[in-house]
Design a protein around this ligand. Structure first.
Ligand code: F6P
Length: 486
């Protein structure tokens, strides 16, 4: 095991997120170990944490277990304990069945339950206390994502010496949708405890600022919000976008490894050497538009535009939030659609869809990206979508076509992709056919432009920009007197 004991007790940089970079796992035979967690957040922050002297406060992925702080793979880990009931009410309930659907434009109906909210407040307080205990005097604390929106305010009250940043990895909805939330004022107040609030897209930051104006009436000027504080002194909170990215170079390095390239060739061969491999890679989530993608592909098979000998769709759907109602229903819906399509169109030697309800190690994902001629990102709503960026980073051959939903944050930057509206099934079908038939010259031209974007704004540039804005802003605190702010 890569872990060792003896981390220090306070740190000048503390990252707080619901999920730690490692999950504690108990296998069926009872063996226990730590495994890299799923999701974009961990991918994004790992390089920063390894390079700095910081601690990571978060939940270890299992209920009712306490762990002492430890060092894993060069990162100091401070596990936060959650009970089984808290897991249900705070994580599965309020985070993933209230905030998640609401912030993703109510693709699924959000459920509002007062007990869930109470658990959310309680658990946010615990995270804030753990973070406060791990932070040295004047430390920077960087809180992440929708599960912990109350932590900035709680931290500021306990520790006014801290510099507090918050980054929201998912969309922030327009006011008409946000206003449904019974606790809409409390959440805004929680976030406004931060000095800097980061979002993926300019539109998300704009939605947040307009919610603050509508519900609190605080004046906003550009990205600055003047928040009245104690003794007539205003705090200036900055809300702006910092599009997140990946460690592009490390993906390219993996892609250049001969064993990974050999694996990519093997994958194509094992699929029966189709002319075109289409690929989808997602957490199994209703925001990802997996059903829309399967519908479009099914219609292409049905109308004879493509055949299973020529074109295969590989769909990796990694298990996610498996005890949350809409996710249980989604799995049934997707697997029914996959089974139908394969039943109707697969031959003994060629599958229509090669479907995998699994998470895979990064090497295998990179081999899949290398093997894929067309990458399908058809999210109905997505904060960023790092899969799109991973695909681009891997394609050092500058080949491959990215079909990208305009409803993913990544579309703000990756304009050279084939942009689609996933709700428009005919449009999606046309885009898939266009991607399959795209001349090599055009593929190379587009991919070159995409790669420039992803490599210029990699995850190091993202975290540097965020932390620089945070600490520079903090230097001009404690704020502006009432008279000047008016
Ligand atoms: O990036 C969005 C996000 O929800 C993260 O906050 C989260 O860790 C990841 O996706 C995976 O989801 P979960 O932690 O619920 O498995």
């Amino acid at each position: 095991s890569p872990q060792s004991a003896g981390p220090k007790t306070t740190y000048s940089l503390v990252v707080v997120s619901n999920r730690l970079p490692v999950d504690f796992e108990v296998a069926e035979d009872g063996t226990e170990n730590w495994r890299t967690s799923p999701g974009g957040l961990v991918t994004a922050l790992e390089p920063l944490m390894r390079a700095s002297d910081g601690a990571w406060v978060g939940w270890p992925g299992v209920a009712d277990r306490s762990f002492a702080p430890f060092v894993n793979d060069g990162i100091s880990i401070v596990p936060v304990r959650l009970s089984g009931a808290e897991l249900e009410d705070y994580y599965e309930g309020f985070s993933n069945d209230t905030i998640w659907p609401l912030y993703h434009d109510v693709i699924a109906p959000p459920s509002f339950h007062r007990e869930w909210w109470e658990a959310y407040v309680r658990v946010n307080r615990r995270f804030a206390e753990e973070a406060a205990a791990a932070a040295s005097t004047g430390a920077t604390v960087w809180v992440h994502d929708y599960q912990l929106q109350l932590v900035p305010r709680m931290l500021r009250e306990a520790r006014p010496d801290l510099v507090i940043g918050f980054f929201n990895h998912i969309p922030f909805p327009s006011y008409g949708i946000y206003a449904q939330l019974p606790w809409r004022k409390q959440i805004l107040d929680g976030l406004l405890g931060a000095d800097l609030i980061g979002f993926q897209r300019a539109a998300d930051a704009g939605n947040f600022s307009s919610a603050v104006r509508r519900l609190y009436g605080y004046p906003t000027r550009g990205v600055a919000i003047d928040v009245p504080g104690h003794h007539g002194v205003h705090r200036r909170v900055i809300a702006r976008h910092f599009p997140i990215s990946i460690d592009a170079r490390s993906y390219e390095e993996l892609a250049r490894r001969p064993d990974v390239q050999e694996r990519a060739r093997q994958i194509r061969q094992d699929l029966g050497n189709p002319n075109t491999i289409l690929l989808g890679v997602d957490r199994l989530d209703y925001t990802k538009g997996i059903a829309h993608r399967i519908k479009a592909f099914g219609e292409l098979l049905e109308d004879g535009s493509v055949s299973v000998e020529d074109v295969t769709l590989v769909q990796v759907a990694s298990p996610s939030r498996e005890r949350v109602g809409p996710y249980i229903a989604l799995r049934d819906e997707i697997e029914l659609a996959v089974g139908r399509l394969n039943g109707d169109y697969s031959t003994i030697s060629h599958s229509a869809i090669s479907y995998h309800h699994h998470g895979y190690p990064r090497e295998e994902m990179v081999a899949l990206y290398l093997a894929a001629d067309v990458m399908l990102v058809t999210a109905l709503r997505d904060g960023m979508n790092l899969v799109a960026k991973e695909y681009v980073a891997v394609r050092f051959d500058r080949d491959g076509v990215l079909v990208l939903s305009e409803f993913a944050g990544a579309a703000d930057e990756l304009k050279q992709a084939v942009l689609i509206n996933p709700h428009d099934i005919d449009g999606l079908k046309a885009a898939i056919l266009r991607a399959i038939a795209m001349p090599r010259q055009e593929r190379l031209r587009r991919m070159r432009a995409l790669r420039r974007k992803v490599f210029d704004n990699d995850v190091a540039a993202w975290s540097t920009a965020f932390l620089r804005t945070l600490t520079e802003g903090a230097a001009v605190r404690p704020g502006i007197p009432d008279a000047l702010a008016a």
